[in-house]
Design a protein around this ligand. Structure first.
Ligand SMILES: [Zn+2]
Ligand SMILES: [Zn+2]
Length: 56
């Protein structure tokens, strides 16, 4: 089982409801993972692959 962590707050979010996972919209290589609370607060994330950052 993969230990999924929120990219913004680094919390473990395996099996946490409302978590979103999507490919980086810029490089399409990295899976961006965000937890519910970071989405609600619009906490920024940054892609480790291409340094793209954004709220969505
Ligand atoms: Zn988070
Ligand atoms: Zn990227």
């Amino acid at each position: 089982m993969v230990d999924v962590k929120c990219l913004s707050c680094k919390r473990r979010i395996t099996n946490v409801k409302g978590t979103v996972k999507f490919k980086c919209p810029n490089c399409l290589k990295y899976d961006i993972v965000r937890c519910t609370s970071c989405r609600e607060k619009a906490v920024k994330y940054r892609c480790p692959e291409c340094s793209f950052s954004g709220p969505n």
